[in-house]
Design a protein around this ligand. Structure first.
Ligand code: TXA
Ligand code: MG
Length: 316
């Protein structure tokens, strides 16, 4: 066990975080989606220790986080479609999967044996400042033990990873609350690998590009990390519930009665996404026998919310 520093963000702490990363240590940091568990993406040993600290399967690749859009040209082949989408949205809750260049300095462990690397330019200023101080891409999965509910506060990170990592930078709760949208943009036909914090509708509307869904076409690439059971609380989860049973906690949405907690009383999907993981963690600490969840619409951020709920409900 090592001592884990849990500190509020200020300039000194940011510099300390960047120094620890330079030494190959692990630092958890806030992004607008969820907290990430960062390591210098060009340092093999540091990246390997991410997998160890999280108990993450080695076949599941990591996202490399950048703080300047120009960095991508050093690491990946940027297709016209990738350039268009990156320039339209970055920094954003959006991750783009592209082919590695032949002299790509990002550790092969980040790619987990694939020819591709997933890159994200986060919007959160703390993430940006930390990456800029390091001056290199930061490999970071969500800062939780693999398979459990993702962390949207520094306390969540501390509960899962204290004693396993060097530092946690605290900057309060994450605004978006679900992980980034992951798109394969190797061709001019982008494929949705993971629904997330940037709505598909928004990407299509702003760029005029049509996004393909792998669950509708077996020929399309799939994400290696989309496990059936994931984001799982200890309690069982039951979905699309109108009337909860005796003994169930009721995670509501919209104008439902008797909700134990309500993701968004006004039925706002953005608000619901920002509450989802924190509320699942709160209910998981109660004496209820199960978590029953209201139906959530499938549009906009509802796609990401339903994806996380489906995996949380999968028997484990
Ligand atoms: O919002 C987020 O994306 C957060 C913050 C910290 O950036 N990160 C995050 O990382 O959620 P993680 O490791 O929990 O999820 C990354 C997802 C996984 O589903 C993984 O399989 C996929 O991205 N991924 C990473 N590299 C990939 C690649 N080269 N090809 C396809 N999928 C990839
Ligand atoms: Mg994760």
């Amino acid at each position: 066990m090592m001592d884990t520093i849990l500190a509020n963000v200020n300039q000194k702490r940011l510099e300390q975080a960047a120094d620890l990363l330079k030494q190959g240590k692990l630092v958890a940091f806030p992004t607008e989606t969820v907290y990430g568990l960062g390591a210098d993406a060009t340092n093999d040993e540091a990246v390997a220790s991410i997998f160890e600290a999280k108990g993450r399967p080695q076949f599941n690749p990591l996202i490399a986080h950048i703080s300047d859009i120009e960095w991508i040209y050093d690491f990946v082949e940027v297709s016209p479609c990738a350039k268009k989408i990156a320039e339209a949205f970055w920094p954003a809750p959006l991750t783009l999967v592209m082919n590695r260049t032949s002299n790509c300095k990002i550790s092969l462990l980040v790619s987990a044996g694939l020819d591709t690397v997933a890159v994200r330019f986060p919007r959160h200023s703390v993430a940006q400042q930390m990456i800029r101080l390091l001056g290199k891409p930061v490999a970071a999965p969500s800062a939780n033990i693999s398979g459990t509910v993702s962390p949207t506060t520094a306390e969540h990170v501390f509960q899962g990873l204290s004693g396993r990592i060097s530092m946690i930078l605290n900057d309060g709760p994450c605004a978006v609350g679900v992980e980034s949208t992951v798109l394969d943009v190797r061709t001019d036909q982008p494929v949705l690998l993971r629904a997330g914090g940037l709505a598909v509708e928004e990407i299509e509307a702003k760029t005029g590009v049509k996004i393909l869904f792998p669950d509708k076409d077996p020929e399309l690439p799939r994400s290696p990390g989309q496990l059936l059971s994931h984001y799982a609380p200890k309690l069982q989860v039951r979905l699309n519930v109108i009337e909860p049973e005796e003994g169930e906690a009721f995670l509501g949405f919209g104008s439902v009665k008797n909700a134990t907690l309500n993701l968004s009383e006004k039925g706002d999907l953005k608000e619901a996404a920002s509450h989802l993981f924190a509320y699942m963690r709160l209910l998981d600490k109660t004496e209820y026998k199960r978590i029953a969840v209201s139906p959530i619409p499938m549009n906009d951020l509802g796609l990401a919310i339903n994806d996380r709920l489906k995996r949380a409900a999968y028997p484990h």
